[in-house]
Write a protein that binds this ligand. Structure first.
Ligand code: ATP
Ligand code: MG
Length: 562
């Protein structure tokens, strides 16, 4: 096991270890069961890393990918494909164990008939509104449905006719016969099957009745021999129904459901329903917009899979709900990219510099390190020419005390090159904007020091005008201005907190020539700026597009603390 895979011991892993030790199980089987009604998000990554992570930690163990596809009206093949791509990208593999709850529709149907025959399920004709009324409340017991005492024969006949399409959508349901006075509302004769004429992405029009999630899930788990069915806390109240279902069916085994806290992340939302609204209402360009907390969004943004796994490891698994600071996720991304991303120079907002003592048709080949902390990653050539670009923000006409970069009459070091002195500032006559600096270089200073021992306080990045290419750079900020946009604040819709400045597009950037042929998705540190990746969809040679993955330091925290 590599150091990256040594995970914290949590209460779920402790239970699993005990079950192996006691001989309750000799082989662990987990599953990740997404509903294909949207793209996976960072919250799902937590569940994926837990379920697939556990399966990697034990010889013989496995983790299934199962599509929980019982709601045909919201599900699509597009989502099925995207989910598989995302799980694989995160570094996990289900091998042959790809399943669909819809594969079990025949079995689930048989089991429903079994319950009917045992007198444990009945067909109910109450309308949805009546059902609500009969259900009672948290403080008040429910009332038995007037259809509860139908005979097994009548129920079987009605249920088969439901299946055969004799009744209208919503006109009848099959319900479990449990206890209308239970303190747990999920146990008050829950619905097991409903009539729904909708084409299913796999079973087409074969069925016009579909099993409910709470009935489908335990049966699917048992069918697959799952040992530990891990889910989020909101299912704790459903556990008695999960157990009741398996206790009352001739199921091949009875997996143990264990709940853990879901991941909540600040400044974003982790709910497919809400993310779908952002997509449909045009707040973002799609599920894979780099501002989205979806796996496909953060992948396009340049977050490495290893950083997501490390994040999930760091937050751990617990039983109490909490909200994780997105700064921790960004920290994991920086930590990973600091190791892996080669360094280059890119100027986001260029200001022209003319080196007046350097001839026009000359160029000097210098050498730059690809990763100053990792000499083994080698060097690349860098060309020094008469015309260069530096960052606008690295020059100030009237620099305040602690500004150690360029100003009139000041000298700084150009990274991997010479000491440069600014002698003249050229301005646009009409706007007064600084448009060019006329500077001189000291050819004696290439190694970073001057023979006379004089020092400079600042080092700035630059590119040669002749040896750089134009690029578009997309800068991203938090998608929401509110820390908890999902909370209902005086009825305000979460979309009203979308950050209008979450995307800034810079179109005039200049990057080192060599980046023109970089592969889509490849990642770099632009020295002094942050980590950037070549956009997978929109970037082309000579029309480069970079996404800023993350800044070098947490600039947001600084703004907040001001
Ligand atoms: P959403 O509310 O975004 O639709 P969901 O729970 O309905 O999420 P599913 O596709 O049913 O989405 O989830 C698949 C698995 O991922 C489930 O086991 C679920 O518990 C888990 N999961 C979903 N969201 C989170 C989260 N925020 N943190 C941890 N696990 C999650
Ligand atoms: Mg769900």
């Amino acid at each position: 096991m590599s150091s990256e895979e040594i995970l914290h011991q949590d209460f779920i892993r402790t239970i699993i270890d005990e079950d192996l030790k006691s001989g309750k199980h000799d082989k662990i089987v987990t599953r990740f069961p997404p509903e294909p009604n949207g793209y996976l998000h960072i919250g799902h990554a937590k569940s994926i890393c837990l379920n697939f992570g556990i399966s990697k930690e034990h010889a013989d163990a496995r983790c299934h990918l199962r599509f929980d596809d019982t709601n045909p009206s919201k599900e699509e093949q597009e989502y099925v494909n995207a989910i598989q791509e995302d799980v694989r990208w995160l570094g996990f593999d289900w091998g042959e164990h790809l399943y669909y709850a819809s594969d079990y529709f025949d079995r689930i149907y048989e089991y429903a008939e079994h319950l009917i025959q045992q007198g444990k399920a009945f067909v109910c004709d109450l309308s949805a509104a009546e059902m609500r009324e009969y259900r009672g409340t948290l403080t008040e017991a429910g009332k038995n449905s007037p259809f509860r005492e139908r005979s097994p024969e009548e129920n079987l006949d009605l249920f088969r006719r439901m299946r055969d399409g004799e009744f209208a959508d919503g006109s009848r349901v099959l319900r479990a016969k449990i206890d209308m006075s239970s303190g747990n509302i999920n146990m008050r004769d829950p619905v097991l099957y409903r009539i729904l004429r909708a084409s299913h992405h796999r079973t087409g029009d074969k069925w016009c009745i579909y099993p409910m999630y709470d009935f489908t899930h335990p049966i699917s788990d048992a069918q697959e021999g799952i040992t530990h069915s891990l889910c989020t806390l909101e299912f704790a109240d459903h556990r008695p129904l999960y157990d009741w279902t398996l206790d009352n069916l001739p199921a091949p085994c009875h997996p143990r459901q264990i709940e853990f806290a879901r991941l909540n992340l600040n400044y974003t939302v982790v709910s497919k329903r809400k993310l779908l609204q952002l997509v449909n209402d045009g707040f973002v360009s799609g599920w894979n917009d780099p501002r989205m907390p979806t796996i496909s969004g953060i992948r396009r943004r340049g977050y490495p899979a290893a950083a997501i796994r490390s994040f999930c490891d760091k937050i751990g698994i617990a039983k109490n709900e909490s909200t994780v600071d997105v700064a921790l996720l960004e920290h994991c991304v920086r930590e990973e990219l600091n190791e892996t991303a080669p360094r280059v120079m890119g100027v986001l907002e260029p200001l022209k510099v003319v080196i007046t003592n350097f001839p026009e048709n000359k160029e000097l080949e210098l050498s730059a390190q690809n990763h100053p902390q990792k000499p083994e990653l080698g060097t690349r050539p860098l060309h020094f020419t008469r015309e260069l670009y530096i960052e606008k923000s690295d020059f100030m006409e009237e620099p305040p005390n602690k500004f150690f970069r360029l100003g009139p009459g000041r000298e700084v070091r150009f990274r991997y090159a010479f000491f440069i002195t600014c002698n003249e500032v050229i301005k646009d006559e009409s706007t007064g904007e600084v448009i060019e600096l006329r500077c001189t270089y000291d050819p004696e200073t290439l190694g970073g020091s001057a023979p006379d021992g004089r020092k400079v306080k600042g080092t700035i990045h630059w590119v040669s005008a002749n040896h750089s290419v134009k690029a578009e750079v997309r800068l991203y900020d938090r998608l929401f201005t509110e820390e908890n946009p999902g909370a209902d604040k005086e009825g305000a819709d979460f979309k009203s907190f979308v950050n209008p400045e979450s995307l800034t597009i810079l179109t005039d950037c200049c990057v080192e020539n060599s980046l023109n042929t970089a592969d889509p998705g490849s990642q770099f540190q632009f020295e002094r700026q942050g980590y950037f990746c070549v956009d997978q969809l929109d970037s082309k040679p000579n029309a480069l597009v970079f996404n800023r993955t993350v800044t070098l330091r947490d600039t947001w925290a600084k703004v907040q603390n001001r």
